[in-house]
Design a protein around this ligand. Structure first.
Ligand SMILES: *Cc1c(COP(=O)(O)O)cnc(C)c1O
Length: 475
């Protein structure tokens, strides 16, 4: 057929718009969007027709109906929100790409409360005068950590920036070469230091740093001794790193403030719960460190936030730094962090109600039991379309915390019969909600540890639907 003639099979935009199914689509979707999508789909079909990819006998009516179907599919795809719910079956508890910590019920309720009405974010209700947004958190943080004062900013990267800018702008900060970490997302200690206006002085070697290295570097320009928790890597072998205790002693010797960027930072002793023993924020504070910074959404299990605790004189100076205004927290963070911190007033409550802590401390027997039930239900639904088994796996803490900690867990392993496991993973990832597992050795693994209670039902439905869709395509 001639090119022109072939294009006669293509319907006009108006023709598509007049169809009943498209009229239905216009009830829920903006007309502009639908028209734009119709044009895009028609453009695609024009190419298809011109390149002769369509059989001669395929008629105009059939093509019109196919175009309409495609418009409906594409509208659904383009009009769904970009930020969507994901079921985390990766076994990485603090998955930064998946939004890190899942909030406790009390924290979610607090967000709902401040989102749906006004609140006293910066109002002292007792006096009726202007208050501080930090007031809601400061007393709690002082109580929980034993520090003299506290404030909270947008995230821990901002907390480090603010602390350095306030305490050491234009002056020198000494850091061990073994602690010049990159956290990811371009947070590198030397670069943050440069942004803050402080001057980095590196001491020691990558694997060995001694107090004498600091003594040699300290001079009249020195403003601060900084300790950075090497949260996302471990040096092993011929290693000698400076301890917080040694830094505090040096600080006393020379009359210099000491700061510790803890990264994760937690308020309950996780060592007792089978996780690597690392000092709590309380322990760091009581060891005499002047300023401590840590994240709200790592092991603490709260919203994204950078928490700063320490000596009142330094915290007060930080509150007055103009930078603070640019990195301040909003009402959602203030509300959900306060609710999370309140749970820590009773550590048993925190362990029971904060999802991050629950996931990290879940025992293997409990995980195996849940995985077995899930596997059985999936097996019933998919029948012989896939091999469903239990597989021991290792979950990770994530969020750059406790990189060497291996948490023994249990996964449901799905080995599909007709499609490959990457294909199944992609179907589930593009579903609603999205499901993120991990593909390994031709199987899709769903680690039960990070699947929230109640999500099993959604998983079963999604997997059943995925295998049904595959079957329909095969037919
Ligand atoms: C994670 C981390 C940060 C950054 O914290 P965010 O809350 O992600 O901004 C800074 N320092 C250390 C040591 C960390 O582990």
């Amino acid at each position: 057929m001639e090119n022109k003639e072939v294009l006669r099979k293509l319907p006009a935009v108006d023709e598509i718009l007049r169809r009943q199914e498209i009229a239905d689509l216009l009830v829920e979707n903006p007309r502009n969007l639908v028209v734009e999508i119709i044009r895009d789909v028609l453009d695609r079909w024009r190419q298809v027709l011109l390149t002769g990819e369509v059989k001669e006998e395929t008629g105009r009516a059939e093509i019109t109906s196919l175009v309409a179907k495609e418009v409906i599919r594409e509208t659904a795809r383009r009009s769904r929100p970009s930020l969507r719910r994901v079921i985390n079956a990766t076994g990485v508890v603090l998955h930064t790409n998946l939004g890190r910590a899942v909030l406790a019920r009390a924290a979610r309720a607090a967000v709902e409360m401040v989102a749906s009405g006004y609140c006293n974010l910066e109002l002292d209700l007792q006096s009726g005068r202007r208050g501080s947004r930090y007031a809601h958190l400061e007393a709690l943080l002082i109580n929980l950590t034993g520090a003299e004062a506290a404030m909270v900013v947008n995230n821990n990267a901002a907390a480090v920036l603010l602390a350095l800018s306030t305490l050491a702008r234009g002056r020198e900060v000494i850091v061990s070469r073994g602690q010049l970490v990159e956290i990811g997302g371009s947070f590198r200690i030397p670069e943050v230091m440069a942004q803050s206006g402080a001057i980095l002085v590196e001491v020691g070697a990558t694997n060995k740093t001694y107090p004498d290295d600091y003594r040699r570097a300290i001079n009249e320009r020195t403003a601060l001794l900084l300790h950075v928790h090497t949260s996302n890597y471990r040096l092993v072998g011929f290693v000698r790193e400076i301890t917080v205790k040694e830094l505090v002693a040096l600080g006393k010797e020379y009359g210099l403030p000491v700061m510790s960027d803890l990264g994760s930072g937690f308020l309950v002793d996780l060592g007792q719960l089978g996780l690597p023993a690392e000092p709590t924020v309380q322990e760091i504070v009581s060891s005499g460190v002047d300023v401590v910074t840590f994240s709200g959404d790592k092991l603490l299990g709260g919203p994204q936030a950078g928490i700063i605790v320490g000596r009142r004189q330094f915290i007060e100076k930080m509150k007055k730094n103009p930078l603070t205004r640019a990195i301040r927290i909003d009402k959602f963070t203030a509300a959900s962090l306060e609710a999370t911190l309140r749970l820590y007033l009773e550590p048993a409550k925190a362990l029971e109600q904060i999802p991050t802590l629950r996931m990290l401390t879940a025992g293997l027997a409990e995980l195996e039991d849940r995985a077995r039930k899930l596997a059985e239900q999936i097996r019933q639904k998919v029948g012989n379309k896939a091999t469903i088994e239990l597989l021991p796996v290792i979950s990770r803490v994530g969020g750059g915390a406790m990189p060497t900690a291996e948490l023994p867990s249990m996964a449901v392993s799905i080995r599909p019969g007709q499609i490959d496991s990457e294909n199944l993973a992609s179907i589930l990832r593009n579903g609603e909600p999205a499901i993120m597992g991990r593909v390994q050795d031709e199987r899709l693994l769903l680690d039960i540890r990070t699947i929230l209670p109640g999500e099993e039902e959604i998983l079963i439905q999604a997997i059943t639907a995925a295998f049904q869709a595959v079957e329909e395509v095969e037919k």
